[in-house]
Design a protein around this ligand. Sequence first.
Ligand code: AMP
Length: 483
Amino acid sequence: MDLIPQQSSERPKHYCGVFGVFGNERASQLAYYGLYALQHRGQESAGIVASDSEGNFTFHKGMGLVSRVFNEEALDSLKGDRAIGHTRYSTTGGSHLTNAQPLIVDCARGKIAIGHNGNLTNASALREELEAEGSIFQTTADSEIILHLMARPAPGDNDIIAALKQALNRIEGAYSLTILTDEALIGVRDPLGFRPLSIAKYEGGYVLASETCAFDLIQAEFIRDVEPGEMVIIDKNGLRSIRAFPKQEKEAFCVFEYVYFARPDSVISDRNVYQARVEMGRQLARENPIEADIVAPVPDSGNCAALGYSLESGIPYEMVFVRNHYIGRSFMQPSQLIRDFNVRVKLNLVKDLVKGKRVIIVDDSIVRGTTAKARVNTLKEAGAKEVHVLVSCPPHRHPCVYGIDFPDKNKLMANNYSHQEMCDYLNADSLGYLSEDGMVQSVHRPRSSLCMACYTGKYPVAFDPDLDKEVMERRRNRVHLIS
Ligand code: AMP
């Protein structure tokens, strides 16, 4: 059954970066560098939990960028030869320090810390069940549910791996986890493998990271990806792997990682992200031949695909938009003084490159259409003769329930308007998208191994939006009564 959420839930979303290290006296520093490389996966908060062989846990978390959250003093306080780290993605709701990860509990099984990338699709129901049985939640993060489930007695066996397996059997949806226990560092991917997680060796120890670009920074030696449904346990005896779930016929790796989210220098499932994006651009050119003078990316998201388009079509590649790399959070509201400040401050146009020219602009995706509309207008104001908008993936018509921050259906431009209406809205001379087949071919993976729900509406793990809404409503009412 494919169930489509009709409106966005208020559950916090987790599009995050996770990192873990075992067997190095500088574990917290390595985690810090690892998080630096994963900063693109989340800028809202960052945190590291470190521990030693005696089971002493220390942690430091804060709001904002990794470089702002940590200083030498904070890192020095994180002692031990093992650590996990987390960067959290900024969303509209739930932006509090209490939700910053990794989350830690001290329970009958010892101390457990967890970092989670992904979104659980049965979180509301599980949370309600756990609360009814007496669990008191500290955060609104669905990741905390995993800790509560782990803290429960596991039938028959009382070790922590059995407890984790029991927890995993209850949760549904997308998760790549790094977990620190008194004894071990554990990495897990959900049975369909929505989110990435890879393993590397580092000076006799091991490292886990959402993306391989984190290994490059610390010069760790990539070994392989954690497989969907696999649990890797790293302790003083080395690394062992157990299957948390039987191997599934299909996988559901998020294709949008290749399109936009992952860094181009990362390799996922043997496919380099940069090369996949260039191929998307080449394919875009085969599917959408246009007579134009120059092809330009919307930086940085369209860089590789625009290059691919240029290589395939022979149309010169020009960087017509210049990016300002030094923008922090702006507290200034747009005013009469600077119209469209937020749009204009990020990118400025080299006007001389476009005057009188037929210009193709390439971006990786259109969500609400705000970015593309602003770029077309800027180009036309500067005297471009024609502006053609190309997108290196198919139209986004469905929200993501597995962790990507796509708004509800009603806010997705391609869901609300016809092709011609979108083109008119953008004020573009033409609008073209990459086909689903073209996208799949570019990533060199079978279609059956990919989640493409945001394009197709076919959700690999069913999700009941009404149940979710109902539970959220009950929770809201209850909170209201107490306060
Ligand atoms: P919009 O202006 O709403 O159409 O957003 C499109 C722009 O946002 C493109 O430049 C994308 O690269 C970028 N983008 C796409 N998906 C996301 C996402 N989930 N989070 C943040 N930015 C995104």
